[in-house]
Design a protein around this ligand. Structure first.
Ligand code: GDP
Length: 297
């Protein structure tokens, strides 16, 4: 995650910190390089521009250029601005699951990692918070996806709603709700169908399901390797169905990281978790400070 961005930035900052005294022009030149590095990492242009402007405003004051270690001061300002751009409101890992049974709606495009993430989150809720979780697949178009959730459920010891062939997504959602109440579950997670592209049918279906269960959380699962596309997908889902946060998957890959940096600034929605592999434990809460540390190496 962030390897190339991290390499680029450490090149810029190594030069800056070795330089000793810094003029405002030195800082400006370095920040131009930072901007290029951000754009190459697929950070959206307004976000990169705004980021560099904020750093510049703070770094060109007397206090920095006249300080004993101006380079380090600039790095610290960049670090703090990275944390600021990554930070949303509240604790990303704290899901709203009081008032059992609490519905969690998982949405996203096909192949983004939705089913895997549903199971990872269920496992986390079970193991870390001692919650009884019921999972249900609403992907009636892909029987294999329904089976996949079943298989993962057995693997992690979490119940899944029995599959009834021919049932409509909304009816599955209603059945999950009833089953969760009757069965004394704390949480029920609905793994909605994904499509290759956002279309009206997909959105209409998610809206219908959402209206039926009134989810406490609607989490968009999106492939972090897709950069700005991930941000656009989040924006569209938020406009149409309203999301409460984002899970960025495949952050174990050598993605350029732009999605992570642009997401909140562009969509206003926080990243809540990151997927770091195919295994059921490969899910972490999104911690801005740690991510900023990784980016700066
Ligand atoms: P869905 O169509 O959105 O439900 O996607 P799946 O959950 O079936 O995931 C598609 C593929 O991506 C599967 O092979 C998963 O194992 C894999 N996958 C999901 N999340 C991650 C992740 O964070 N890292 C990696 N490397 N692979 C992932």
């Amino acid at each position: 995650m962030f390897e190339s961005l991290s390499d680029r930035l450490s090149g810029v900052f190594d030069r800056l910190t070795k330089q000793g005294a810094l003029s405002e022009d030195d800082v400006k030149t370095a920040l131009r390089e930072v901007r290029v590095a951000l754009l190459e990492a697929d950070v959206s242009l307004p976000v990169a521009r705004d980021f560099v402007k904020k750093v510049q405003d703070k770094a060109t004051g007397q206090a920095v250029t006249k300080s004993v270690t101006p380079g380090q001061q600039v790095v610290k300002i960049v670090h703090d601005e990275l944390v600021a751009v990554l930070t949303g409101e509240g604790d990303p890992g704290a899901l709203k699951i009081d008032n059992p049974p609490a519905p969690i709606l998982m949405v996203g495009l096909q192949g983004g990692g939705k089913t895997t993430t549903t199971a990872k989150l269920a496992k986390r809720l079970k193991e870390r918070e001692g919650k009884r979780v019921l999972m249900a697949s609403l992907d009636v178009y892909r029987p294999a996806a329904m089976q996949q959730l079943d298989v993962l459920g057995r693997q992690i010891g979490v119940d899944t709603l029995p599959i009834v062939p021919g049932e409509k997504p909304v009816d599955i959602a209603k059945r999950a709700k009833t089953q969760a109440s009757l069965g004394g579950y704390d949480v029920y997670m609905l793994d909605t169908a994904g499509r290759l592209h956002i279309d009206d049918v997909l959105m209409g279906e998610v809206e219908q399901v959402s209206a039926v269960v009134s989810p406490r959380e609607t989490l968009l699962v999106v492939d972090g390797l897709t950069g700005q596309v991930a941000v656009e997908v989040a924006q569209e889902f938020d406009d149409k169905v309203g999301i409460s946060g984002v899970v960025l998957t495949r952050m174990d890959g050598d993605g350029r990281g732009g999605a992570a940096l642009s997401m909140r600034a562009v969509t206003g929605k926080p990243i809540r978790f990151v997927g770091l592999g195919e295994k059921m434990d490969a899910l972490e809460t999104f911690e801005p400070d740690r991510i900023a540390g990784r980016i700066l190496g």
